[in-house]
Design a protein around this ligand. Structure first.
Ligand code: ARG
Length: 570
């Protein structure tokens, strides 16, 4: 179901106040209900101010005016509606002043003092204070989901990276996330794989996976036989029936093949430090009959006399699997409110079919789609390449500085891994899923521009400012006061407190790229602040060091949401 906007009126926020937009919406809601009691369906519309008259604006006036036009003598134009909304806002120490512009936009200026206190509050209570409040409590995130006996390609790698970050952002926002690895572990390909295994590795049961060796080779060889040899094809088809019938030898062989693949996939999950729970296609088999029955009852399917092995039938089974996943399991049993599929564009047609069938039958809500582009690189090779390139660069730079000798081999490896994998992750996350893009290692590992390396460097620089002060930052968090008198301090402060609504937007629109953009902007805004406001040795040193610390805390939280290891362990 589609992620909707922020929750209004739900109290699953714990100690969190919610994003600025959320808090302003609550105030505006009070005003709307008081002035327009009959328009109880109107939801507050709050946006960041586009003009320089305020920080935020309320955009409800025009919509409300078009509804009440002619019905009320009091409101002659949208501007008068805006005036009334502004006048009836309840008192709040958030708001410094309001003004109404043009067709009723209510511009809101936040109080400097309140912004400063908000930052201090986050510093003493932790970044959790800036977690947004969402309208969802439980979500399934279906990601990674490679296919047994095949390689994990870059599309799967991307899904793994993006799916993990979406899960982390939701978890940070207090949502219970079921991280699902929907591996392709069922289907007719197992017939040919198993028969080929029996023919060529008679002792497969005794010596375990070692004897089978390279699964990709097994897959290719059995596919060749399947295509070329009609008698093998027939045996393979029977094998499918025997496997699906639960015959022990076939079931064991299937399990063995899955285990070998699983071990290969796990290497990638360990590299990326991603946690997933495997519930593959086969897991949902027992639920098939019920869904078939329901679809038949609703007249949505009819029995076909076609061959069960043909392409159409396979596609149908595949869709059916996802359909029942949606209905029986994810919606009814797991009771997920959001079901998020992170998959590449190769699956577009499949999901079009699944969602339209689901909508025709039981799914009331809309779906929101946009899939990741596909490339054919092999996932593991891609990660290895990123690591070796970052290592070469590291060795070169250390060599240039004459510092190579100070580094142990292990340190080099670890750093190359963190920087290389981090670069791949960040490049995937920062690209909007709705736009295709081409990979470039050079760009990915660049230390200028919007890259992981640049952000990690920016963070390290802020930490070194704090270190150079010689002050105990933990102490200052409790005793110091943040003041935002300089224009660039105010800009930095405002950007910092917008963290919650950015995470909220990234979650509701499923766009991790929004958070990447935010952090890149933060580091630029920080640079401007640091250039115009002297920190060390100034009269405002304490306040400014606290702003440095708040910036670093936000950066670290983003690194954590992106799992840019090991830089999260500061
Ligand atoms: N196994 C599919 C692939 O390799 C992705 C599965 C996505 N999830 C799902 N529930 N169909 O592209």
């Amino acid at each position: 179901s589609p992620p909707l906007g922020p929750a209004m009126g739900t109290e699953n926020g714990g100690g969190r106040a919610g994003s600025i937009k959320y808090q302003l919406a609550k105030l505006v809601e009070v005003s709307l209900r008081a002035v327009f009691p009959e328009e109880s369906n109107v939801q507050p519309l709050i946006a960041v101010c586009t003009a320089k008259f305020g920080d935020y604006q309320c955009n409800n006036a025009m919509g409300i005016f078009s509804k009440i036009k002619g019905k009320s003598a009091e409101f002659k134009n949208p501007n008068s509606v805006g005036q009334a909304i502004a006048r009836n806002l309840p008192y709040s120490d958030m708001i410094e002043s309001t003004s109404v512009a043009g067709p009723g936009f209510v511009n809101i200026v936040l109080s400097n003092k309140w912004v400063a206190q908000n930052i201090q509050n986050m510093l003493s209570n932790g970044i959790g204070a800036w977690a947004p409040i969402l309208s969802v409590e439980k979500a399934v995130v279906d990601f990674s989901s490679p296919n047994i006996a095949k390689e994990m390609h870059v599309g799967h790698l991307r899904s793994t990276i993006v799916g993990d970050t979406i899960s982390r952002m939701l978890e940070f926002s207090g949502v219970e996330v079921l991280r699902r690895n929907h591996v392709g572990d069922w289907g007719t390909q197992f017939g040919m794989l198993i028969e080929h295994l029996f023919d060529n590795f008679p002792d497969w049961e005794d010596v375990g996976g070692q004897a089978i060796g390279d699964l990709q080779e097994l897959y290719k060889a059995s596919k060749r036989r399947f295509d070329d040899d009609p008698s093998f094809m027939e045996r393979a088809q029977h094998a499918v029936v025997r496997l699906q019938g639960g015959e022990a030898r076939y079931h064991n062989a299937w399990q063995r093949i899955c285990e070998i693949s699983r071990r290969e996939f796990d290497i990638i999950y360990q590299h990326l430090d991603v946690y997933l729970e495997e519930k593959g296609e086969s897991f949902y088999n027992p639920y098939i009959p019920n869904v078939l029955e329901e679809l038949t009852r609703k007249g949505l399917i009819e029995e076909s006399k076609g061959c069960p092995m043909d392409q159409k039938y396979q596609e149908f089974l595949c869709c059916l699997n996802d359909l029942l996943l949606l209905s029986r399991y994810r919606l009814n049993i797991e009771k997920a409110e959001w079901i998020i599929y992170v998959t590449d564009v190769g699956q577009a047609q499949h999901f079009d079919m699944v969602f339209s069938a689901a909508k025709a039958s039981w799914l009331a809500s809309d779906v929101n789609s946009g899939l990741y582009p596909r490339t054919n690189h092999v996932g593991l090779e891609f990660l290895d390449e990123a690591k070796s390139r970052s290592k070469a660069e590291l060795v070169k730079r250390l060599g240039d500085n004459g510092k190579l000798k100070e580094w142990t081999d292990e340190e080099l490896e670890k750093t190359a891994e963190a920087v290389g994998y981090g670069a791949v992750k960040y490049a995937d996350l920062k690209n909007n899923r709705l736009t295709n893009y081409t990979f470039s290692f050079d760009q990915m590992l660049n230390d200028k521009g919007n890259t992981a390396v640049y952000l990690l460097y920016a963070h390290a620089r802020i930490c070194s400012i704090i270190r150079k002060s010689g002050k105990d930052i933990e102490d200052m968090k409790n005793s110091g006061t943040v003041v935002l008198d300089h224009a660039d301090e105010r800009i930095l402060g405002l950007h910092l407190i917008q963290f919650a609504e950015i995470v909220e937007e990234a979650c509701t629109n499923l766009l991790p790229s929004v958070l990447c953009e935010y952090l890149y902007n933060l580091s630029e805004i920080f640079t401007r602040f640091y250039t115009s406001c002297q920190v060390l040795g100034s009269a405002e040193e304490t306040s400014r060091l606290l702003l440095c610390e708040a910036t670093a805390v936000v950066m670290r939280k983003c690194f954590h949401l992106w799992e840019l290891l090991p830089f999260t362990n500061y």
